[in-house]
Ligand binder design. Sequence first.
Ligand SMILES: [Mg+2]
Length: 277
Amino acid sequence: MQIFLILKSTEQIGYRMVTQHQRVVNGFLIDLDGVLYEGETAIPGAVDTLHFLLKKQIPFLLITNTTRKSRFGIQSKLQRMGFRIPLEQIFSAPYAAVQWLRAHQAKSLYLFVRGDVFREFSEFKSTLYKPEYIVIGDMGEDLTYERLNQAFRMVMGGARIIALQKNRFWKKEDGLAIDAGAIVAALEYATRKRAIVIGKPRREFFRQAIKRLGLPAEKIAIIGDDLEADIQGGARVGLFTIAVKTGKFREEDLQRARVKPDLILGTFADLPKLFKF
Ligand SMILES: [Mg+2]
């Protein structure tokens, strides 16, 4: 089946064309936070749109830099908001980190994360004493000077830094919030060591997701609210890029962005209006 994204400049349907005219797309990589939901609330129309993709058997993966939840936790959160998504269609930064650690035969680590994300890492030995790797995610309110200093001492003792993602900030219900990237940067600065970044916009993360989807990159569109992680990252591996004006999207960032999205939609719910089967 071929899905045609028909891109016309029509104000009524809430999108505007930026660079492309027409593109045949067969599948999607869809960012979660800010695209399908904000906080605990689904974006209006997003549930129906995602179920429409499932019903039409349009291949897609949900790709996320969320580090506070395992894939199981993400699946239940989505379910609470009305999205019914098979686990295999969720591709997260912690899950990609597990693949990376396996490929590098990691033996021990220590996690600086919060939430149930530790479930993904159960196959590795967790130790406070000279871990081979420290894994950093968004610690939110659990971040303290003590924890940061503990991570710092581990790196000074030889541990390598695995950053689940290096996002600068994200959007909480009560406003913008500092993200794991700023904490990783602090550790890098103090230790003079570079972190291994796993999530978006790392090329390898997209390549793994593309491989899983089983389509050539040029036949895939990425949909995201983050102009750096989703749009610039996606464009670098040859994806068609669609920004949505929900979540952390800000016009100022768009003006400043080095890589502009191929297309901008008002919300994820505008997507089916672009299709011609
Ligand atoms: Mg997002």
